[in-house]
Design a protein around this ligand. Structure first.
Ligand SMILES: [Fe+2]
Length: 272
């Protein structure tokens, strides 16, 4: 691909919608997601100055009340002028999500996993939701699907997206519920390591980037509530009201860059 025309897409995560009129941790997740959508419409239309070809939402689409929350999600996302790819997180409900979004692609076993091609490479979206646990699971069937997709186009650059991080954060309450058995994921990815350009994930509700076994990854704050930076011994999850964000990811032949944007920020803008 050209190095002069970066390919842009959006990363949003963890909207945690609750039924209309309800609040979560003192916040209104629907209002915040609407604000993110309005900001994206202003800034990242496909024919605008910072175009985004699609948006990824990496899970925890709804916090609970799924029968009402998923239709609300559809309504809030409707103004987006680009395709939206929805992933499941631990808070989601697979059957109710599929009932509310019957057009959402799924694999032969019903997992919400899909692959699509872009000028930047192939995107592989994984489903780590597992009923009964907040941790992430990639069972043999889901990993087989990933191995088959990787084998299909053995030269194509790959971007992976999933809800749960394979890397440890040091936040004990979150590491307890990260992706279970990252070694099994690595066993599938290792032969393809050189062409996996980036992993995008959610779950952590805070800025978090680095590399896992040499593969770059990034995550970001959710569109509603956040997780505080607390590297102490507490095993509960430290919540916070740090500002919400979404990210614009831009890819060229040489670079993958991630710009996080605090879409509710109203501080001054000026020439330096
Ligand atoms: Fe979440």
């Amino acid at each position: 691909m050209s190095t002069s025309q970066p390919f842009g897409f959006l990363h949003l995560t963890d909207p945690h919608l609750v039924p209309p009129g309800q609040r979560l941790y003192g916040l209104d997740p629907a209002a915040r997601l609407r604000a993110a959508v309005a900001d994206i419409v202003r800034r990242h239309a496909p024919d605008g100055p910072a175009p985004a070809a699609f948006a990824l939402v990496t899970g925890d689409l709804a916090h609970d009340g799924w029968e009402e929350s998923y239709p609300l999600l559809r309504e809030i996302l409707a103004p987006l002028p680009m395709p939206v790819h929805l992933l499941l997180g631990n808070h989601d409900h697979r059957a109710l999500f599929r009932a509310a979004f019957p057009e959402a692609p799924a694999d032969a076993h019903g997992f919400v996993q899909s692959a699509f091609a872009t000028p930047a490479g192939r995107f592989l979206l994984l489903d780590t939701h597992e009923p009964g646990t907040a941790a992430g699971v990639l069972c043999a069937r889901r990993l087989d699907w990933l191995a088959e997709r990787l084998a299909e186009e053995p030269q194509a650059p790959v971007f992976l997206a999933l809800h749960h991080p394979p890397a440890r954060s040091g936040i004990a309450g979150m590491d307890r519920i990260r992706l279970r058995d990252p070694e099994a994921l690595w066993a599938v990815l290792a032969p393809h390591r050189a062409r996996i350009r980036h992993i995008l994930h959610g779950h952590l509700h805070r800025p978090f980037a680095g590399s896992w076994r040499g593969i770059p990854f990034s995550s970001l704050r959710g569109t509603s509530h956040q997780v505080a930076l607390d590297l102490g011994a507490r095993t509960t999850v430290p919540g916070s009201h740090e500002p919400p964000a979404y990210a614009l990811v831009r890819v060229s032949g040489e670079e993958v860059v991630v710009h996080t944007h605090d879409f509710l920020d109203t501080t001054a803008r000026f020439d330096l």
